[in-house]
Design a protein around this ligand. Structure first.
Ligand code: ZN
Ligand code: ZN
Length: 175
């Protein structure tokens, strides 16, 4: 039984700057699915994603050399754990239309078999973004931690903005 309780992000946003301590509470149901293991396709295409991204984090642009921790490939937009509930007929149309960005749009949907969705889900060239460890799972920073509106703000915010007690926005341009 699915329930969802999400506290409004900015219950009293008067326009003054303020610190949101994120009292988000929610309860959603993950469908039963096979435990995740790194498939050969994932391992291979993670490397290709890394190359195509110039080794840069999707959010901050830093390389693993700069962060000193290996970057990670994040399944996006289809979560591995939600794969079994995807309506592929709907998704394929939306993806080809560009609703989910250039990655899913470029996938070869004509050859897709919904009975074997891993060919898309685990292909990081089309269903993946490269993230530094911080922007993957880091406190106050990660895509698995922050709501999407706050997560993506780290990508477009001006450098130097104090986003949180642990992060000042940077956009690395080093190669
Ligand atoms: Zn990053
Ligand atoms: Zn992830």
């Amino acid at each position: 039984m699915a329930t969802s309780q999400v506290t409004p992000m900015t219950p009293s946003d008067t326009g003054d700057g303020f610190q949101d301590r994120g009292q988000i509470t929610f309860s959603v149901n993950y469908p039963a699915h096979a435990p995740r293991v790194d498939s050969p396709l994932f391992i291979k295409t993670k490397k290709l994603l890394n190359t195509a991204s110039g080794g840069k984090c999707f959010i901050c642009g830093r390389t693993a050399k700069e962060t000193k921790v290996p970057h990670e490939a994040h399944h996006h937009p289809i979560m591995y754990s939600m794969m079994v509930v995807v309506d592929w007929t709907i998704f394929a149309v939306e993806a080809q239309r560009g609703d989910y960005g250039p990655g899913p749009q470029k996938f070869s949907w004509a050859n897709f078999d919904p009975k074997n969705p891993m060919t898309f889900v685990d292909d990081m060239r089309y269903n993946g973004i490269l993230l530094c460890k911080d922007h993957h799972t880091g406190p106050n920073m990660g895509v698995h931690v922050l709501p999407w509106p706050l997560f993506i703000a780290q990508k477009y915010a001006k450098a130097g903005y104090k986003f949180s007690d642990s992060e000042i926005i940077v956009h690395s341009t080093s190669t």
